[in-house]
Write a protein that binds this ligand. Structure first.
Ligand code: HEC
Length: 113
């Protein structure tokens, strides 16, 4: 009986370790992709490097967007007549849906503070 309880606790613990390392992994990957494809305009803290680039920090409207809507917006880019436009996929046509999702997770986690 005691053994059963112990192995249950063990299993819980192992799951927790697995889950945390997976989340850390997804975040690392998202960060890496962000640094490659987005940082030139959005800066490493998401605040935007030049006037006209959206400030992605804090509780901004884009954070409330559904993940799929946001993903589509990043894929299409943002055409701005009067200012700087954002190129589709940040200018990297090779970014996959999965990679864009990872970038979104990273941004939500890092910039939403
Ligand atoms: C060439 C510069 C440039 C690059 C590279 C770039 N962006 Fe942008 N981004 C912009 C500009 C400019 C805007 C603001 C456009 C506007 O609102 O008119 C913007 C806006 C955004 C927004 C805000 C959308 C909203 O609804 O307010 C998000 C989210 C975003 N970019 C994500 C990304 C991601 C993710 C990448 C990398 C894959 C990326 N951007 C790469 C220039 C860039």
């Amino acid at each position: 009986m005691i053994n059963m309880k112990l192995s249950f606790v063990n299993a819980l613990f192992i799951n927790l370790v697995f889950l945390t390392s997976y989340v850390a992994y997804a975040d690392e990957k998202g960060k890496e992709l962000y640094m490659k494809n987005c940082v030139v305009c959005h800066a490493d803290d998401g605040s935007g490097l030049m006037p006209g680039v959206a400030d992605l920090t804090g509780k901004k409207a884009w954070l409330a967007l559904d993940k799929n809507v946001l993903s589509l917006q990043i894929k299409k880019g943002i055409q701005n007549e009067s200012g700087i436009s954002m190129p589709a996929k940040g200018g990297n046509p090779n970014l996959s849906d999965d990679e864009i999702d990872k970038i979104i997770e990273f941004m939500r986690h890092e910039f939403a503070k």
